[in-house]
Design a protein around this ligand. Structure first.
Ligand code: BTN
Length: 295
């Protein structure tokens, strides 16, 4: 079903003009009535499609990450209008054995979580998703994959939106010193092998994070105009999948270092168990931060 909606949208977009019901039904191998029903489904989902004697015309698409919008990822995108937290849904799916590179994405989270058990305010306009991975990795070397996700996002932001995005260890994405996105990861392992690694990304896109986080900013605020969450998610996922896992495991640390706003600075690293202060001098091969402590 989702696949047919994707195909209809492709035909309407490629044509950029009116496409007759006859052409659609011939191309898709469906009856005219069946085409009409799928068009109705798209309209109900928020697409503006006009129907006239000559055929159908796509006027406007909603900025919603429906599965059918992701060619190459179809069947792997699980979209919810609202969720408690995409981490909870993804954990259940991972435990049930869903395939690697399954994505859980939502418009709003009622119980969004950040690192250190903080609340991640997740209002409409932001992009909130969790990517389920099954890396051949030990729990010790899997932090590299988090750095890979942060690196990919910063690179996409720089390339596609020309903002000066940098990465702050472990997983924040900053532009001009303000936080645009955060990453939370969760994993389960058996013996030395990771069973799943879920990477959750919260990106401030068209929401206003400043009432809760004065040190945060949204991409739309930086650019002075709304940004398509759908395009951003597509670009991130495609870039992530390219050369994964080879690049994720081999070149990430170097790529991350090039984008780092952490190295050679004084840092205070707070974990649930400790607080360490010093100068961040390097990142090790597993993605751990090396700190020269103040004496
Ligand atoms: C942080 O900077 O503290 C990490 C924030 C991670 C937020 C994302 S939003 C999608 C996923 N679901 C959650 O509840 N949290 C992560």
């Amino acid at each position: 079903m989702a696949d047919i909606k994707g195909q209809i949208l492709n035909l309407l977009r490629n044509q950029g003009d009116v496409v007759s019901g006859e052409v659609l039904s011939r191309e898709l191998g469906l009856s005219r009535v069946s085409v009409w029903k799928h068009i109705q489904g798209l309209k109900e989902a928020g697409y503006v499609i006009t129907a006239a004697a000559k055929g159908y015309r796509l006027i406007k698409s909603p900025d919603v990450p429906f599965d059918w919008e992701f060619s190459g990822w179809r069947g792997r995108i699980h979209y919810y209008q609202k969720a408690s937290s995409t981490m909870n849904i993804a954990r259940e799916m991972a435990r049930q054995g869903c395939p690697e590179m399954t994505v859980v994405v939502t418009d709003v989270q009622t119980n969004g979580r950040g690192r250190m058990n903080r609340t991640w305010h997740s209002e409409k306009g932001g992009l909130y998703f969790t990517l389920i991975l099954r890396p051949v990795a030990t729990p010790q070397n899997s932090p590299r994959i988090n750095l890979y996700a942060a690196t990919i996002l910063a690179e996409v932001l720089r390339r596609q939106y020309q903002v000066d995005a940098g990465v702050k260890w472990p997983n924040d994405i900053l532009v001009n010193g303000k936080k645009v996105a955060g990453i939370l990861s969760q994993m389960e392992a058996e013996f030395d092998q990771v069973s799943y690694l879920n990477i959750g990304l919260g990106i401030n896109v068209n929401n206003d994070p400043t009432p809760y986080e004065p040190g945060a900013i949204a991409l739309g605020q930086l650019l002075g105009q709304p940004v398509s969450r759908l395009d951003l998610l597509k670009s991130f996922l495609d870039a992530f999948e390219t050369n994964y896992p080879t690049a994720a495991l081999r070149q990430t640390v170097d790529r991350w270092k090039r984008l780092s706003v952490t190295l050679d600075r004084s840092v205070k690293v707070v974990t649930p168990r400790s607080v360490t202060e010093g100068v961040a001098v390097d990142v090790d091969a597993n993605g751990g931060l090396i700190i020269q402590q103040f004496s």
